[in-house]
Design a protein around this ligand. Structure first.
Ligand code: HEM
Length: 460
């Protein structure tokens, strides 16, 4: 007799190469959303010729992979992206298994709400000083590059607050530029993860050179700190002092892997997201006007934003919540199935690649009203809660949930409000940039800005 508890099996929605390739080449992200829209409650089998991963977009299925049956879905193995990430970040918090667990235990305490609340004033001051450096180009009418400036501001702030100024800002900016090379060079390997490293691919040399350059900058700091550096409670000092489960000091490689991983995540994700804001606001004058009105009401130019002011920046936070719905920097969250399983009635074999994408799920028409419209009102506090916890998961979920979520939620409004309390801008090249397929979702074209000073501080 048939087992009544056995799941009803059905084939996946198959996206054939011939039907989908032109769309995937022209507009990969839009095509993935359209496929997921066409397959409610189903998984989509993507036939990419060389690999055939499953796109899992339905929120209940995302929950299954990230939480309910998470032990069956691993970042180890050769799944898209993680193999390349391992070559940069080693066996630390961006990996899997016991090394990941130990690394997460070491790093997470630096980013708890309590720890971040304790450094908010320092963060705000560092951001204020970094934003002030834009006064010269604004006065001289010199264009600035949005991504470079936002990443410099974030670098200055996190180096001060989390790394005890032990990395120079110039070195930090160089590391971010090398991280950018890594994130974009690995796109060639995204679609051919099974190819052995011995088979050369475009981007490989740039990738290897960038990892070497990052090590050239960060390894001497690791060595100096392990040899009895200046101490303190910054991340580098605590890593250098940390002990493993056997009471031994962490070896150089462990400290290096943790440092590289945490420097990359604190700097890269946030600036990539914020870069989208400038072209978006130019398209949306009503949103821009409300945002500017709130910032002008709450923040005086020259203010180092206080916690109380931060609490009043309600619309700013709604804009940012919507920004990471529409442009989640962690747009691609792949996993490899460890054992056979069933998702949405489709049998998933051990070894299969699963592609989760906050970008796709956060644009599903059956969960989001007019998903293509940028509408911060979706995140108004009085709005009813979303239909499903995993209809919106810009920071992932389950055991690997982002440890930087709370930091982002304070740091991003501080940057936006400090910047727009002092400057306005216009784009040098109008229009929305295209998304670049890379490890994080970034604009393909550069976003140059002309800044103008806004409301000078009152003379004392
Ligand atoms: C807009 C900002 C950010 C977005 C959209 C974002 C997104 C994500 C996502 C989707 C994951 C889950 C990865 C997975 O399940 O495989 C993740 C993990 C992670 N994030 Fe973030 N993140 C952001 C900012 C940050 C910041 C500021 C930090 C700094 C501490 C950070 C540190 C991490 C780390 C260390 C992990 C790995 C956690 C683990 O696997 O245990 N992120 N992030």
């Amino acid at each position: 007799m048939a087992d009544p508890t056995a799941p009803v099996l059905r084939p996946p929605y198959v996206a054939s190469l011939r039907r989908t390739l032109p769309g995937l080449l022209r507009d990969p992200l839009g095509t993935l959303v359209a496929l997921a829209d066409a397959a409610p409650e189903q998984v989509v089998r993507l036939n990419l010729g060389t690999i055939r991963p499953y796109l899992v977009a339905e929120p209940a299925h995302v929950q299954h992979v990230l939480r309910d049956n998470a032990a069956n879905y691993t970042r180890a193995g050769d799944s898209m992206m993680w193999k390349s990430v391992r070559k940069l970040a080693g066996d630390g918090i961006l990996s899997e298994g016991p090394q990941w667990e130990a690394s997460r235990r070491r790093l997470q305490p630096h980013f708890t709400a309590k720890r971040i609340d304790a450094v908010v004033d320092d963060l705000s001051r560092a951001i204020s000083e970094a934003v002030d450096e834009l006064a010269a180009p604004a006065r001289d009418g010199a264009p600035v590059d949005a991504a470079s400036e936002i990443s410099r501001i974030i670098c200055q702030a996190v180096i001060r607050v989390f790394f005890g100024d032990k990395i120079s800002v110039a070195d930090g900016v160089r590391v971010v530029a090398e991280q950018d090379t890594v994130a974009t060079a690995l796109r060639f390997r995204l679609l051919a993860p099974f190819l052995p490293d011995a088979v050369p691919m475009p981007g490989d040399r740039a990738f290897r050179r960038a990892v070497r350059n990052i090590d050239d900058i960060l390894l001497p700091l690791v060595r100096a700190e392990r040899a009895g550096g200046t101490g303190g409670d910054d991340i580098l000092a605590t890593l250098a002092r940390a002990r493993d489960a056997h009471g031994n000091k962490l070896d150089e490689q462990r400290v290096r892997d943790d440092l590289v991983s945490i420097f990359a995540t604190t700097t890269e994700t946030t600036y990539v997201v914020l870069t989208w804001l400038f072209p978006l606001l130019e398209q949306l004058p009503d949103v821009a006007a409300r945002l500017y009105e709130e910032i002008d009401r709450v923040v005086d130019p020259g203010d180092v934003i206080s916690r109380e002011q931060l609490g009043q920046l309600r619309y700013t936070r709604m804009v940012l919540d919507e920004l990471i719905r529409a442009y989640p920097s962690g747009w691609l969250v792949p996993r490899t199935a460890v054992a056979d399983d069933v998702i949405g009635g489709t049998r998933i074999s051990a070894g299969a690649t699963i592609v989760l994408s906050p970008y796709v799920t956060q644009r599903l028409a059956r969960f989001w009203d007019r998903p293509e419209v940028f509408d911060p009102e979706r995140f108004a506090p009085e709005r009813p809660r979303r239909a499903h916890r995993y209809a919106y998961y810009p920071f992932g979920g389950g055991a690997h949930q982002c440890i930087g979520q709370y930091l982002f939620q304070l740091e991003a409004p501080l940057i936006v409000a400090t910047l727009f309390s002092r400057f306005r801008y216009r784009l040098c090249e109008p229009g929305m940039p295209h998304p670049q397929l890379a490890a994080s979702l970034r604009p393909r074209e550069r976003v140059p800005l002309m800044l103008t000073p806004h409301r000078q501080p009152a003379l004392a």
